[in-house]
Design a protein around this ligand. Sequence first.
Ligand SMILES: Cc1cc2nc3c(=O)[nH]c(=O)nc-3n(C[C@H](O)[C@H](O)[C@H](O)COP(=O)(O)OP(=O)(O)OC[C@H]3O[C@@H](n4cnc5c(N)ncnc54)[C@H](O)[C@@H]3O)c2cc1C
Length: 377
Amino acid sequence: MNQGDFLDVAKPLSKRFAERAAEVDRTARFPEENFAELKKAGFLGFTLAKEFGGQARSLPELIELLECIGEGDASTALSLGWHLGISMELRITRPWPDQILAEVCQEIVREHKLINRLGTEPSTGSPTRGGKPKTIAQKSGDYWLITGHKSYCSMSYALDLMLVTAVMEETGEVGEFLVRKESPGIRVKETWDVLGMRGTVSHDLLFEKTPAIFLRKMDYKKRQAASRGWLLHIPATYLGVAKAARHYAVKFAASYTPSSLREPIKNLPHIERMIGEMELKYFTARRVLFSVAEQWEQGSEEERIQLAPELAAAKSLVTNTASQIVDLAMRIVGGHSLYRNTPLERYYRDVRGGLHNPPMDDMAIRMMANRAFSTIQ
Ligand SMILES: Cc1cc2nc3c(=O)[nH]c(=O)nc-3n(C[C@H](O)[C@H](O)[C@H](O)COP(=O)(O)OP(=O)(O)OC[C@H]3O[C@@H](n4cnc5c(N)ncnc54)[C@H](O)[C@@H]3O)c2cc1C
C-alpha cells in the first residue's frame, strides 16, 4: 500500500463488512473473516514504526481509516482501533525495554497478531478513574504469575497479545504485563450479552497463575494521560456509524414515495429540515475531529500535552453527535427504521457504545471547565 491510497483498499473491505454486520451482531461472534481480510491487506501494521515493518501512518490517516471501517461494521472498527491505537503508542512513546518492544512489533507485522490492553475490572470500573486493580502479579523466576479478573476485554478469545495491569505483590506497585494467548491459566467468561457492539466480543477474561512478562511500572492514579491522541480512534469509529445512518436516511428520503404523495418525502419541509440538521451535525463533528487530530499530529510533545482538553472534547462531541445523527436518521425513515431488516436499529444500538469508552463525558466537561478557568487572571 502506498502513501494515500489506503482508502481505495479499505472502502471495498468496509462494504463487505457491512454485508456481514447483521449476522455478526445477531450471533455476537468475532468477525474473523473481516480480520482475515484486514490482515491480508496489511492493515495490522498501519501505525507501527517502519523499522519493524509497519507503515507509521499519521493520526488523521488512522481516523480516516476507522471512520471508513466503522461505516461498514462498528465492532470491527473499534477492535481494529484498539490494536492500531496501541501500535501507534508503541511507535511514539516506546514505553517498554527495546528487546520486548521489537519482539511484539515484529509479531504483529510478521505473524499478524492482535493486541489489546485489558484495564477494566468488575470491581474498579474504568481504569481512567484511577482505581487500583485487584489483579495480582507474583514473581516466579524470570516470569510473573498473574491472577485476576478483567472485564470488557474487546476481542477476548481472538486476542494474541494481552496487556494486563496488575499489582505487584511484593511492592504494591501497579505494573503492565504481557500475556500471550497460548499461556496456561486463561479462561474466557462469556459475559458480553449486550445491547450493541456485540461483535467486539468484549467478554471477561480470568487469569489463574498465568505466566506473564513484566513491561513497565504504571502510575494508576494518573488520570487519562494527556497526550494520547491515538484514542481518537474511538470517536472515528462512531462517526463512521453516523455516516452510514445518514447515508441510509438520505437515500430513503430520496426514493420513498407513499401513496399520499406525488413525490418522494425528501421534499417535505420537516424531512428537509431533519436532513439539514443531520448534515450540519455530521459536518461539525467531522471538522472538529480532523482539526484536533491534525493539530495533535503537527504538535511538539509539550503542545500535545496542552491539547488534552481538546482531545477529550472532540471525543465527547463526536460520540454524542453521532448518537444524535443516528436518532435523526431513524426519525426521517420512520417506523421502517425499527425493523431488523434495516441496519438503522443496529446503528442505534452500536452508537451507544461510544458513550462508555474513554474519556467519559463528565471528564471531558471538567477538563473544559478547567480550561475556561485557566483563561481568567
Ligand atoms: C464497546 C466497549 C468496548 C470496550 N473495550 C475495552 C477494552 O478492550 N479494554 C478495557 O480495558 N476496557 C474496555 N471497555 C471498558 C471501558 O473503557 C470502561 O471501562 C467501561 O465501559 C466502564 O466505564 P464506566 O464509566 O461505566 O465505569 P464505572 O467505573 O463502572 O462507572 C459507572 C458509573 O459511575 C460513575 N463513576 C465511577 N467512578 C467514578 C469516579 N471516580 N468519578 C466520577 N464518576 C465515577 C461513572 O461516570 C458511571 O456513570 C470497553 C467498553 C465498551 C462499551
